[in-house]
Unconditional design. Structure first.
Length: 250
């Protein structure tokens, strides 16, 4: 279970998260929707361990352990995985090499034995096949010259290999055409599991027609303003976020 409790954070003296509370149960897919600039990416970066933020209060508990007190490598070992809105390009490093390094780093941190090359190749090729990722793409430099859809598939491939406990997808739908959206969504849906929780961040409802969430939360002005079931996403799509912005200003 993931429990975000009273999270307060600033960047350059500006309050971005302002007492955010959210619980995500095992096996649950929680969606956060909210206007641009409401702090959604900030929340995901803080959980992943990006250092630019000043955390003034609160905690993020993963099975009772405060993730905010862990080093980024410890977070990855604990099973926190963030799919970025703008994935990194790594010239000169073949995708395959990167994936193997990421997987073995995680296994070392968990004190598990590293995979042999044949074991790794089998795991990658199985996962890549399901995501319709051609083999030659795995030999190319990571994300360099990949289309938006290819980058997102590659992220889901990383997610599948790392078998995370807690997956955060920050606007994974941005820039995807309808076919890529379907492949990525099916990849995510195939990873839904009783001991895995997802936080899916999006500002459009479209992604949530493919990855149907258990709960939907409206974030505005650095906090969760309202929570509900999947029907809340449809209501937001129809009415926009004006109510929530007004509520804060009042
Ligand atoms: P969202 O993902 O909901 O669109 P963000 O978390 O990206 O929102 O941004 C929240 C707020 O934090 C925005 O007002 C943004 O301008 C501000 N912000 C984000 N990063 C920085 C930064 N490095 N320096 C100053 N302000 C920032
Ligand atoms: Mg944004
Ligand atoms: Mg964002």
């Amino acid at each position: 279970m993931i429990e975000i409790k009273n999270l307060v954070a600033e960047i350059e003296g500006k309050r971005i998260l302002d007492g955010l509370n959210l619980t995500i149960h095992d096996g649950e897919v929680a969606a956060i929707m909210g206007p641009n600039g409401s702090g959604k990416s900030t929340l995901s970066y803080i959980i992943a361990g990006k250092e630019d933020y000043e955390i003034l209060d609160g905690e993020v508990l993963l099975d009772g352990e405060n993730v905010l007190e862990m080093e980024p490598s410890e977070r990855a070992a604990a099973g926190v995985f963030l799919a970025f809105q703008y994935p990194l390009e790594i010239p000169g490093v073949a995708t395959m090499t990167f994936l193997k390094a990421a997987l073995n780093a995680q296994r070392r941190a968990r004190e598990e034995t590293e995979l042999t090359t044949p074991e790794f190749m089998k795991a990658v090729q199985d996962a890549a096949g399901k995501l319709e990722i051609p083999r030659d793409m795995l030999k190319r430099a990571l994300n360099v010259g990949f289309s938006g859809g290819e980058k997102k598939r590659m992220e889901i491939l990383q997610m599948a290999l790392l078998e995370p406990r807690f997956c955060i997808l920050d606007e994974t739908d941005s820039g995807l055409d309808i076919d890529a959206l379907r492949v990525v969504s099916e990849g995510v849906n195939a990873l839904r599991a009783p001991n895995r929780s997802f936080l899916v961040i999006t500002h459009y409802q479209r992604l949530l027609q493919y990855i149907v969430p258990d709960t939907v939360h409206v974030m505005a002005n650095g906090k969760i303003m309202r929570s509900g079931g999947k029907e809340l996403a449809e209501e937001l799509e129809a009415n926009g976020y004006a109510d929530y912005k007004a509520q804060e200003a009042a």
